[in-house]
Design a protein around this ligand. Structure first.
Ligand code: DLZ
Ligand code: SF4
Length: 508
């Protein structure tokens, strides 16, 4: 009998385990549904990217002779949810069995399990670290340090490894070579851009009608929407951006959203590219002498180290992980996260770029918006909701450990041994934002003092009991205690006043 094969919007991989298990007469089910498109107010470019890529993948499967039942969002029969669509197709075709690849979100895993059909959820083996491997690695460890996991993944994949089991170049990690500030007039290639074809244009029209009120613009849509285009984007990234990706991966330049980044993560997370494919391409460039080791190692670490690690944490920690809030932060997101006015130039620039591109790179996310949210004490769940909404590459499996763990320290230190907080100094060093700001990075208190300079200490003092004994933070507390008492009081009082004005909706 005919079985249903589920392919979700972020499972567009020809070698997906569910597709591999399909028999010729099985029916592949794909659906654009209100529930997935509405669990957060996704950036319109994110929805357009996924719908266009889903439609093209369905067309490809059909061209290969497969049976595909594809439901568009505006189909009057559309049941509105993934489970609803499966039930509808099951009734239509007399099917009782569903084969899926495990979704990247506990909500959907549970919804599939609860269906009154026989559902098999196969492992998502597009990822390099199966759940069991990660559990075994984590078992009995006091600290789940990414670096140790990453080294195991290097050994396991053989990427950048010498024949004798040592790392290429004699070192595992070249991150200290990857923190250069941007020089003036830096010429950057940015990612490869694709003009929308007729199929994508049709999706853009639909998304404009249905999601036009969400935060974000649909204008100038240029993402790759099929495997060929994504492969070309990868090839171009490796040729023109990778050689300097390492040096400038943490740099931030006003008006330059992409620098040497290639939005490879966007394509990986939807299934248009595969992890080993992108890592092998980068490794080959190094072997050919076309890209330096620090760049290639840094790139590969993001893919086989960080990306697999944060997914591992999400599945290891269980469904409640995204609800954690050990610091008890509960402030609502200020309006400037959604494009409201702010005098903080670094935030205004990052948010405006996000509105335009549904993209910001990891340091903008971690050290500008994430850092601000943490020092200001915003609710980590509100922050997670924002990142899930505004970034085209965002799914719960990737955002939870990044936002709740790494960025907001709301998991109590599973992902990061200390919170990622910094004063204006870091942003001033790594960007050119501060020189066009109405605040001054160098001013610590009083008129023109950068809010990061106030809130950095405000945060540390609010959470002194928790962090003062952390050996990696003791130095920060000693610095604070060495300040004159009236200066300490001024910093904290001005921090309080800033937060109060922000809460009241003043332009801060
Ligand atoms: C993110 C997303 C959106 C916006 N829309 C759909 C959709 O209409 N149909 C679909 O199958 N998947 C969509 N997705 C991706 C899912 O939300 C994603 O598979 C889960 O969050 C698990 O990662
Ligand atoms: Fe951001 Fe402060 Fe620099 Fe302004 S001065 S851009 S608020 S870090």
């Amino acid at each position: 009998v005919r079985r249903l094969i589920l392919v979700l919007g972020d499972q567009l991989s020809p070698d997906l385990s569910a597709l591999g298990a399909a028999r010729p007469d099985d029916l592949i089910v794909m659906a654009e549904v209100a529930e997935e498109a509405g669990y957060v107010p996704h950036h319109p470019k994110k929805v357009a990217f996924l719908f266009a890529a889903m439609r093209k993948f369905a067309a490809r499967l059909r061209a290969e002779g497969r049976n595909v039942a594809y439901t568009t969002l505006d189909d009057p029969e559309n049941a509105g949810s993934i489970t609803g669509e499966l039930l509808r197709r099951a009734t239509e075709h007399g099917a009782t069995e569903v084969i899926a690849t495990q979704p990247g979100e506990w909500r959907l895993i549970a919804a599939l399990d609860a269906l009154p059909l026989h559902v098999t959820q196969l492992a998502d083996d597009r990822f390099l670290a199966p759940h069991k491997l990660f559990r075994d690695w984590a078992e009995g460890r006091k600290e789940l340090r990414m670096e140790w996991f990453y080294r195991d993944m290097r050994r396991r994949t053989g990427l950048l490894m010498e024949a004798d089991g040592t790392p290429a170049g004699g070192q595992w990690n070249y991150d200290h070579d990857n923190r250069r500030p941007p020089p003036k007039g830096l010429a950057t290639p940015g990612p490869m851009r694709f003009a929308p074809d007729a199929a994508t244009q049709e999706v853009l029209d639909l998304v404009g009608r249905r999601f036009g009120n969400n935060f974000g613009t649909l204008d100038d849509f240029w993402f790759a929407t099929d495997h060929d285009e994504a492969a070309r984007a990868l090839e171009r990234f490796v040729a023109v951006a990778l050689p300097r990706f390492g040096d400038y991966q943490d740099a931030m330049v006003q008006g330059d959203a992409f620098l040497f980044h290639g939005v490879i993560g966007l394509y990986l997370n939807a299934g248009l590219l595969a992890p080993m494919q992108v890592c092998r391409a980068a490794e080959a460039a190094w072997k050919a002498g076309a890209a330096p080791l620090n760049a290639v190692e840094g790139f590969i670490r993001q893919v086989i180290g960080w990306r697999e690690y944060i997914r591992g944490i999400y599945f290891l920690e269980g469904p409640d992980y995204a609800a954690r809030n050990v610091l008890g932060h509960d402030r609502a997101l200020p309006g400037f996260f959604w494009g409201g006015e702010t005098r903080m130039n670094c935030i205004a620039q990052t948010v405006e770029q996000t509105r335009k591109e549904a993209y910001a790179h990891h340091i903008q996310r971690l050290m500008v918006t994430g850092n601000f949210a943490l020092v200001a004490g915003l609710s980590p769940q509100a922050v997670q909701h924002w990142y899930m909404s505004v970034y085209a590459d965002a799914y719960e499996w990737v955002m939870s450990a990044n936002v709740i763990g790494m960025s907001q320290h709301a998991d109590g230190g599973i992902v990061g041994s200390k919170p990622y907080v910094s004063s204006a100094n870091y942003i001033d060093r790594m960007s050119d934002y501060c020189k066009s700001c109405s605040y001054s990075a160098k001013v610590k208190t009083g008129p023109g003092a950068c809010p990061f300079n106030l809130l950095y200490w405000h945060f540390l003092i609010r959470h002194r009991d928790r962090f003062a004994r952390n050996p990696r933070m003791a130095q920060m507390y000693r610095s604070f205690d060495r300040m004159a008492e009236d200066k300490r009081e001024t910093i904290l009082a001005e921090g309080d006043a800033f937060l109060a004005r922000m809460n009241l909706g003043y332009i801060v």
